[in-house]
Design a protein around this ligand. Structure first.
Ligand SMILES: [Cu+2]
Length: 153
């Protein structure tokens, strides 16, 4: 009986430990893809306000190089989207199309080309619950198609 109880406890422990290792089981880790058709695969992302850190991983599902069809993931207050896109254009590829020290940029990945991925982690404390946030790609000309809403829930 003693033996069986230990066995059950070990099985329960294993099940509890295995859960966070399963892909997409962690609501604090988000994935999004950008394509050669200049589109994200998701128009909205959300993460719990209780996350210690939120990590967004951007995948480039296409084949084109970053010079031709680069993508990034840039988080801003919705009201700043156009201005951040404009400033990013002038910053160039060497700066991942993000103006250095632009305080309107809340978080951003580097620019990726076909087959590459990049992640960014940030604290939900940067955002207000109920605030309206948007993410965009600041590669020149992309933000008109490549943007979406970001929410804490
Ligand atoms: Cu893009």
């Amino acid at each position: 009986m003693h033996h069986l109880r230990n066995h059950l406890a070990a099985a329960a422990l294993l099940a509890a430990c295995a859960l966070p290792l399963t892909a997409h089981a962690d609501p604090c880790k988000l994935d999004i893809s950008g394509s050669d058709q200049m589109q994200y695969d998701k128009q909205a992302l959300a993460a719990p306000a209780s996350c210690k850190q939120i990590t967004v991983t951007l995948h480039h599902s296409g084949k084109l190089p970053k010079e031709a069809m680069g993508h990034n993931w840039v988080l801003v207050n919705a009201a700043d989207l156009a201005a951040v896109a404009q400033a990013g254009m002038g910053a160039g590829l060497a700066n991942d199309y993000v103006a250095p020290a632009d305080k309107r940029v809340l978080a951003h990945t580097r620019i990726v080309g076909g087959g590459e991925s990049a992640s960014v982690s940030f604290s939900p404390a940067l955002l207000k619950a109920g605030g309206t946030y948007e993410y965009l790609c600041t590669f020149p000309g992309h933000n008109a198609l490549m943007h979406g809403t970001f929410k804490l829930n």
